[in-house]
Design a protein around this ligand. Structure first.
Ligand code: MSP
Length: 526
């Protein structure tokens, strides 16, 4: 296992406020960052904003602001959202940062000097919202952008080009040799069949028509194509080609680091075709994995302002808490597939998993330990009741499965597995019937049941920590768990807790009134 972990999110366009779909991508990445920190890796987690390009300049003009003022204002709302979602990014890169701009220029100069970039002229179909040129075949009869389905315009301009030809073979070989390079596998096949096999055109890497961008030093009529500018963030943030490049050596150019880049399905082409080619041309190592997640959709399709179905995560966090929103995103939408946001599901997940399963179990366990055991978790005495072995085996198996899933970036599966121990414990109460053990004076069995319940809750809370940032802390407080015991490596043996003094606190999650809250969320979506 590598000792370091570098994880990146796409950098978001500050053209408007972020919605729950963007929050999905960053939250999932944060969960992976937190998990890897928890298992003892040195983690660097990067997110940021992609601030150049025509669309931003146009939006700024509409708002009566300079582009810089415009992006400054919107980026504040990004940072605010990440803070509310308790995102633990180590840095926030902005493509208008001087350090980033300098790296982009140096990379351009280097590739030009090497002959990987040359000056030519471009004619093609241009999609303004995607800032992408397309070939006649790609836009088809209807002249629609293959990415976003909007109309494209015929455009021609002098442009610098990146020689993709030189790198296609190498890329295909990389795909073949590294089975997990792009996950899910179907995305890799899509890249090969839709873009590479039909013949990849040279990539236009500069524009003369766009001022709001990084100037090409050698020819200042040109600015660097916004996608090339943006992709470079992943290494400029680490100090590549700057005086202070320690992070770059630690978290990119090293065999000790696992590099995972998380992105949405809509931007797979840039990340898994052109970006690896640029890295190759620069003589740098490749990322280990591109994790392509699906899109969070609404009942009526993609979220969009014009449809009026955009969900702002902030009021959800304010009303239901950060844990509820993080849990919903990670649990409800299988990481890797498309998912759908519905108010009904949001409320149901909350009530069923968080209130009934987790919150109730803690509540019942603490009450029973207070009532039957003077408020102290009995010591672990091995397998006493006929149900103890089964629950212990399950706990150990859950821990193992959970780590396997997380190490394979299967976030949803890992969380679902963690919850198995919680629901099994509720059944364990039904099976062991502690109130009868108490009435019949079966003290030894009763103690064992209380110990197992506390230990199961402990295991569940430990495993849910990357997702739930508050509830596990409250649970540890109520069960009196010391800091030393909050160590995931201790979970390879069952029975860590015993002897702790419990103290009853507030319920972890308040039960929601389904109809009222569904209505409330629906109103937010208008
Ligand atoms: N700026 C580019 C990325 C450059 S990375 C070098 C960009 N920005 S974006 O703001 O439009 O979107 C960024 C990412 O947000 C998408 O690729 C996707 O990962 C995520 N999402 C946007 N809408 C989403 C959903 N509805 N659902 C899930 N993720 C979504 O593209």
């Amino acid at each position: 296992m590598k000792k370091r972990f570098y994880i990146t999110t796409p950098i978001y366009y500050p053209s408007a406020k972020l919605h729950i779909g963007h929050a999905y991508c960053t939250t999932l990445s944060d969960i992976l960052a937190r998990y890897n920190r928890m298992i003892g890796k040195e983690v660097y987690f990067l997110t940021g904003s992609d601030e150049h390009g025509q669309k931003i300049a146009e939006n700024a003009a509409k708002a009566g602001k300079t582009p810089q003022q415009f992006v400054d204002d919107i980026v504040k709302t990004f940072k605010d959202l990440w803070e509310k979602l308790e995102i633990t990014n180590d840095d926030f890169i902005r493509t208008t940062d001087l350090k980033h701009v300098a790296t982009v220029q140096k990379i351009f100069t280097k590739l030009l000097a090497q002959g990987d970039i040359y000056l030519g002229s471009y004619e093609g179909w241009y999609c303004t919202p995607c800032e992408s040129f397309w070939t006649t075949t790609q836009v088809g009869e209807a002249k629609l952008c293959p990415d976003c389905n909007r109309s494209v315009q015929l455009a021609s301009e002098e442009s610098y080009f990146f020689k993709t030809d030189k790198y296609v073979e190498g890329l295909l070989k990389k795909y073949e040799d590294t089975p997990n390079f792009i996950t899910p596998e179907s995305r890799k096949n899509e890249m090969v069949n839709t873009f590479i096999k039909p013949g990849l055109s040279e990539l236009a890497v500069s524009r003369t028509s766009i001022d709001w961008g990084v100037p090409v030093k050698e020819n200042t009529r040109h600015t660097v194509y916004v996608w090339v500018d943006a992709l470079i963030n992943y290494i400029s943030a680490l100090g590549y080609l700057s005086e202070d490049d320690e992070l770059f050596h630690k978290f990119w150019q090293s065999d000790d680091v696992e590099i995972v880049q998380v992105l949405g399905a809509d931007i797979t082409r840039f990340h898994t075709i052109y970006w690896p080619m640029i890295l190759k041309a620069l003589g740098l190592r490749q990322a280990d994995r591109y994790f392509v997640h699906g899109l969070l959709m609404m009942k009526d399709g993609k979220m969009s302002k014009s449809k009026g179905n955009v969900v702002d995560p902030l009021p959800l966090i304010d009303r239901y808490g950060v844990d509820a929103v993080r849990y919903y995103l990670a649990r409800e939408v299988v990481f890797g597939s498309d998912g759908q946001f519905t108010p009904e599901q949001f409320v149901e997940r909350f009530n069923v998993d968080l209130v009934n399963d987790l919150g109730n179990l803690l509540n019942r366990t603490v009450s029973m330990i207070e009532k039957y055991c003077d408020g102290v978790i009995p010591l672990y005495k091995g397998q006493v009741t006929e149900f103890d072995k089964e629950i212990e085996d399950l706990a150990l198996q859950v821990v193992k499965e959970y780590r396997g899933y997380f190490d394979d970036l299967k976030v949803t599966e890992a969380i679902t597995t963690a919850f198995k121990i919680i629901s099994a414990s509720n059944k364990y109460i039904d099976n062991t019937r502690p109130w009868e053990l108490n009435a019949n004076g079966k003290k030894e069995e009763l103690d064992s049941v209380m110990n197992h319940l506390a230990n199961n809750l402990f295991v569940g809370a430990m495993l849910l920590q990357p997702v739930l940032v508050n509830a596990p802390k409250e649970l540890f407080k109520q069960l009196g768990v010391t800091k030393e015991k909050q160590n995931i490596n201790l979970l390879s043996k069952y029975g860590v807790l015993g002897g702790e003094k419990v103290s009853k606190g507030n319920p972890l999650f308040p039960r929601l009134k389904v109809n009222d809250e569904v209505e409330y969320i629906k109103n937010l979506m208008k």
